[in-house]
Design a protein around this ligand. Structure first.
Ligand code: IMP
Length: 186
């Protein structure tokens, strides 16, 4: 089956391709979709559905969207759906702001959350969610991954997502869990 990944994030597409091995995953650009869909939802699931519906309706192909983010307990679940836009800058600035907001904070529990939505041209919609738990370090560790990975010390892996191989991260990550749950529904 051919699916369009409704995201401009190359790291996410790479992870989706590795996790959903039996599917041909096109990027939005490969399917001729270049718009930036505004994420107006207040939950990960709402935003995933908004993106998947927009790409499916424009490309007439089944569209798979992921909306994800980091939820930090001591910050009341922030940055949450605003993870990508937390500092107004890029990933490096987002990580710096997170460390600043957690300065002196002892409880550093956090989880990555991912909602995925698959929308078909005939109107069918499938959704699934996944969460991966860990702690926010006080200093970055590792070179791999993207976003908040260097600060996220995974309970499952006993190292940061940045220190993990792609396979290790995908086996326990929020995106891996959500996509494998979606695959079961398929
Ligand atoms: P989205 O594109 O609106 O879903 O934004 C997700 C944001 O959450 C990304 O830009 C990252 O900052 C963060 N994020 C989501 N998944 C991951 C991950 O697997 N590792 C690190 N950061 C992530």
């Amino acid at each position: 089956m051919r699916l369009v990944a409704a995201t401009g994030n190359a790291h996410k597409v790479k992870e989706i391709r590795k996790i959903l091995k039996g599917y041909e995953i096109l990027t939005a650009a490969e399917a001729g979709f270049f718009e930036d869909v505004e994420e107006t939802g207040t939950t990960f699931l709402e935003n995933a559905l908004i993106k998947a519906r927009a790409v499916c309706s424009a490309t007439k192909l089944p569209a798979l969207a992921d909306d994800s983010g980091l939820c930090v307990d001591a910050l009341g679940g922030e940055p949450g759906v605003y993870s990508a836009r937390y500092s107004g800058g890029g990933s490096k600035e987002n990580r710096a702001l997170l460390l600043k907001n957690l300065q002196g904070v002892k409880d550093r529990r956090a989880n990555f959350c991912c909602a995925v939505a698959l929308v078909f041209p005939d109107g069918r919609e499938l959704t699934a969610e996944g969460r991966s738990y860990g702690e926010i370090l006080t200093k970055e560790r590792g070179n791999g991954g993207f976003g908040y990975d260097p600060l996220f010390f995974s309970d499952d892996l006993n190292k940061t997502f940045s220190e993990a191989t792609e396979e290790e991260k995908n086996a326990v990550s929020h995106r891996g869990l959500a996509l494998r749950a979606l695959e079961k529904l398929l």
